[in-house]
Design a binder for this molecule. Structure first.
Ligand SMILES: NC(=O)c1ccc[n+]([C@@H]2O[C@H](COP(=O)([O-])OP(=O)(O)OC[C@H]3O[C@@H](n4cnc5c(N)ncnc54)[C@H](O)[C@@H]3O)[C@@H](O)[C@H]2O)c1
Ligand SMILES: [Zn+2]
Ligand SMILES: [Zn+2]
Length: 347
């Protein structure tokens, strides 16, 4: 089969590799019907994620058709159409029993396209198939379902739920990439009074308006602190969400939160970040961090089916699997191409 294989920083190729086979009796082999690329894949290609080694097939999001299952798989069978989530769950360890699947101790967590071969391929081996896949309901489009593999649960769990967004809140979202936009879409469900999207790119801010932000701030031209202060009588945002992953964005998110407010960090940080406790100790802030667990996937799916989440808004570009290298180009140059999520399907 063909797959998108990582060959060290800056190197990748759509090339021939052996088709995966069942290794454990809880595995499924899934034929990939729709797959996408994540910002984390770009981090890997920059060499930021050293756990990913030469020869690894990338990708941690897919919708596909089950081709084979091991003898220990109970609820998934050949022919089933499933979502392959970015988080794999053994289902039995201490953290899985608490629905904290991202922290799985039994061999799950973020493993696809990271510690084992991933979904950017014609076929993928999915460990713990019963607890790591979700059936695609009739009538749900593959590409809408695909948005539940990573970005929608990430924005919702690590941004909106950790940030405890409540009706009437002023919510500031620093970073309006796919994950920040997912946080904006998720925050809308709680009827905040204002959602302020903050980014450096006007095209991303335009997207933020479409996703439900009513105020947009271009960080390179405008003063977000002053704009939030004006909206909140000088207090600051009730909830401030960081969806970038750079020190300046985290420090800004902290500055923007009101006393007693929440700061929810989503961004993956590769450098040390300063926490100004000399200013913050007195402000009663709650700061959260998190890796997505995907425990809200069933909830988000119900919202998708009832049209309260318009997942299709994320999809800006379509390709076939053999156009993987071109799809990476378009996705990596989002400022020029306007890409949010690219979807690749079988031709
Ligand atoms: N915690 C998790 O479980 C989890 C899961 C998925 C992704 N992530 C992380 O979430 C972050 C966002 O992901 P994404 O795919 O949306 O990334 P992205 O790179 O597409 O989007 C980031 C956005 O931030 C903007 N930006 C950059 N610097 C800024 C600044 N100083 N102020 C304001 N905006 C700025 C960029 O213009 C861009 O639109 C990344 O760090 C990603 O690795 C975390
Ligand atoms: Zn991802
Ligand atoms: Zn587990």
């Amino acid at each position: 089969m063909k797959a998108l294989v990582y060959h060290g920083p800056g190197q990748k190729a759509w090339e021939d590799v052996p088709k995966p086979t069942l290794v454990s009796d809880t595995d499924a082999i899934v034929r990939v019907d729709a797959v996408t690329i994540c910002g984390s894949d770009l981090h890997i290609l920059k060499g930021d994620v050293p756990a990913v080694t030469d020869g690894r097939i990338l990708g941690h999001e897919a919708v596909g058709t089950v081709e084979a299952v091991g003898n220990g798989v109970k609820t998934v069978k050949a022919g089933d159409r499933v979502l392959v989530s970015c988080i794999t769950a053994c289902g039995t360890c201490r953290f899985c029993r608490e629905a904290r699947y991202g922290q799985c101790l039994g061999g799950g967590g973020w493993i696809l396209g990271h510690k084992i071969d991933g979904t950017q391929a014609e076929f993928v081996r999915v460990p713990f198939a019963d607890t790591s896949t979700y059936p695609v309901p009739a009538g749900v489009a593959d590409e809408d379902m695909l948005m539940l593999a990573d970005i929608l649960p990430t924005g919702y769990e690590v941004g909106v739920l950790n940030g405890v967004v409540r009706p009437g809140d002023v919510v500031a979202v620093v970073g309006a990439g796919p994950v920040g936009l997912a946080a904006i879409m998720g925050a809308r469900l709680f009827s905040p009074s204002h959602i302020v999207a903050i980014d450096l790119s006007d095209s991303r801010l335009d997207a933020a308006k479409q996703f439900g932000a009513d105020v947009t701030v271009n960080n390179s031209l405008e003063d977000a602190d002053a704009i939030i202060a004006e909206l909140t009588g000088g207090l600051g945002a009730d909830v401030s969400i960081e969806a970038v992953g750079v020190p300046a964005a985290f420090e800004q998110a902290v500055r923007l939160a009101r006393p007693g407010g929440h700061v929810a960090n989503i961004g993956v940080h590769g450098e040390p970040v300063t926490l100004h406790l000399e200013d913050l100790w007195i402000r009663d802030l709650t700061i959260t961090t998190g890796l997505v667990d995907t425990f809200t996937t069933p909830t988000l799916l119900r919202l998708l089916i009832s049209h309260q989440l318009e997942a299709s808004r994320f999809v800006t570009h379509h390709f076939t699997l053999d156009q993987f290298e071109e799809a990476y180009e378009v996705f990596a140059n989002a400022a020029d191409t306007g890409a949010l999520k690219v979807v690749l399907t079988r031709s």
